[in-house]
Design a protein around this ligand. Structure first.
Ligand SMILES: CSCC[C@H](NC=O)C(=O)O
Ligand SMILES: [Zn+2]
Ligand SMILES: [Zn+2]
Length: 408
């Protein structure tokens, strides 16, 4: 499908731009407006709409297209409704206007992450229904809040609820990343976020003196150990062309705190690190490593966690996994090249995989630079529309996967 002139914009693009204008921006997202928009879509599509308030003000909206065989597990199409904040002054266009330039690029926060996917799911279902398809498996579209700040008031709570159990999800699709080449990236696992704050305590005093055992001196040792580890992982990535970013552990020093005055040696200082731990790492051994870096720095150096994910799971990408077989077959039939990878950051897929639902992270955006969380986040309307085509092929295949062992 090609892009059209402004006078005859494709209705799916118009809908996408409407959704982009809803300000679901952290830290104060207008979730009410998003839920109202989704309820209206459910109404237009003739789908049931369930609202599950997982925490006060945090609603998971579920639109359901029932399958013809209710004994089979369902397909869950997940997307988050919130978007990250913007630095407006760095944008070429208002990030909440969904401006479309003369070439067809749509500029907006959420254009890639991930309001495009939400609308692509809805439009693929709309098309399939209009064409009279009836699929064996039920399709549930879940629209969740709070992903951008960790999903703690969203998917993390939702997967523990009876309403989630009742969906009987057998397989899920969630977000991935754009790919600047002709290929499409698909994510079968993700790294575990470990946010670690190291606090160092030491002897205070007048800073004109050579005070021994200061908090800064010990913190410096830990920082050096961790940054040396960072260097080692980066080298490992750079020296092996078979390794992708998600396959090694990354870390960044993201905060330094402490001190009161130039001439007072502080008794305490801290450093915060964002580790993204590769899924094949022995987490117990990794925590012991953190412990030993702190111990080696001296007395009074401790650490605490801001986030600590300990259940990394891998969704198999071979034909032993019937979901993968169906997914990759469609891509092959459509001549799409897939690049399977480990997601470098965190998505709500981790909560789904952790409760036993195999999940793939897939954002059908090729020939598109990765602009999520960036200035001038944008997506070409033709790429967006091609994504609708792709889901229109994927959904019947996934929802027609024959009964698995245990399903009748
Ligand atoms: C670790 S919770 C934060 C989740 C966030 N997800 C998207 O960017 C991330 O930083 O990966
Ligand atoms: Zn996202
Ligand atoms: Zn994001």
């Amino acid at each position: 499908m090609t892009s059209k002139g402004p006078e005859e914009e494709h209705p799916s693009v118009t809908l996408f731009r409407q959704y982009l204008r809803i300000r679901t921006v952290q830290p104060k997202p207008d979730y009410g407006a998003a839920v109202a928009f989704l309820e209206e879509r459910a109404c237009q599509l003739g789908l049931s709409c369930q609202k599950v308030e997982v925490a006060p003000g945090y609603v998971v909206t579920v639109l359901t297209w029932p399958g013809t065989n209710p004994t089979l597990s369902s397909i869950l199409l997940n997307s988050h409704t919130d978007v990250v904040p913007v630095f407006k002054e760095y944008w070429s266009h208002d990030p909440f206007e969904a401006f479309k330039d003369s070439e067809g690029y749509i500029y907006a926060r959420g254009a890639q992450d991930m309001k495009c996917i939400s609308i692509q799911y809805l439009e693929a279902v709309r098309r399939l229904k209009a064409e009279g398809h009836q699929l064996p498996r039920t399709i549930h579209m879940t629209f969740v809040p709070d992903e951008e700040v960790g999903g703690h008031q969203g998917m993390e709570l939702f997967v523990q609820r009876p309403e989630f159990q009742a969906l009987r999800a057998g397989f899920a699709l969630d977000e991935g990343l754009a790919n600047p080449t002709d290929a499409f990236t698909v994510f079968y696992s993700e790294r575990s976020p470990w946010w670690v704050r190291v606090t160092s305590t030491g002897r205070p005093g007048h800073s004109s003196r050579f005070i021994k055992d200061t908090a800064a001196e010990k913190l410096h040792k830990v920082v050096s150990s961790i940054l040396a580890f960072r260097e080692k992982e980066q080298q490992r990535l750079q020296s092996n062309p078979h390794l992708k970013e998600g396959a090694v552990t990354s870390v960044n020093l993201t905060k330094l705190e402490g001190g009161v005055a130039y001439n007072v040696v502080p008794a305490t200082m801290s450093a915060s690190f964002d580790f993204r731990v590769a899924p094949d790492v022995d987490l117990k051994a990794f925590e012991e490593q953190l412990q030993s870096w702190c111990q080696a720095a001296g007395e009074g150096v401790t650490f605490e966690f801001g986030q600590k994910w300990t259940q990394p799971q891998v969704t198999p990408t071979d034909d032993s996994n019937p979901w993968w077989a169906a997914f990759s077959r469609v891509c092959k039939d459509m001549n799409l090249t897939l690049e399977p990878e480990i997601f470098p950051a965190a998505t709500d897929s981790r909560y789904l995989r952790a409760v036993g639902v195999p999940a793939l992270g897939f954002s059908p955006m090729n020939h598109t630079p990765v602009l999520l969380h960036d200035h001038d986040e944008r997506l070409h309307e033709a790429v967006f529309l091609r994504g609708v085509d792709i889901y229109t092929r994927l959904l019947p295949a996934l929802a027609s996967v024959p009964a698995l062992p245990g399903e009748s």
